[in-house]
Design a protein around this ligand. Sequence first.
Ligand code: AMP
Ligand code: ZN
Length: 116
Amino acid sequence: MQMSECIFCRIVKKEIPADIVFENDHILAFSDIHPQSPVHILVIPKKHVARLMDLSEEDMPVIHEVHKAVQVLARQRDVHQSGFRVVVNNGANAGQAVDHIHYHLLAGRQFSWPPG
Ligand code: AMP
Ligand code: ZN
């Protein structure tokens, strides 16, 4: 896929609207359009990386920032103590639908395990 066609790259470029809840030079977080829980936020690197398996050594600092953003957002939504789930779907068997790596931050209800 061309980066110009990638829906999350287009959100990064503000070409299509999103409910942006956190942004810095390297990462963006926005509400999932089909929330699966009361809190459902996607945290993405602004750089187009299709899948977790495509992350290179030079991309790792941004993953550090993703984790910091998850902490900030969990505190902001007051779910840092009640609990939350962070999910990265990678590839077909995981059901990855958008080929731009994204971290789902899910919270606000009880989740079951194992996942479906
Ligand atoms: P995944 O199945 O892990 O690839 O998740 C893709 C997620 O992106 C789904 O939860 C979708 O609801 C979400 N999504 C797709 N398009 C948009 C959009 N334009 N704005 C916000 N979330 C989106
Ligand atoms: Zn992209």
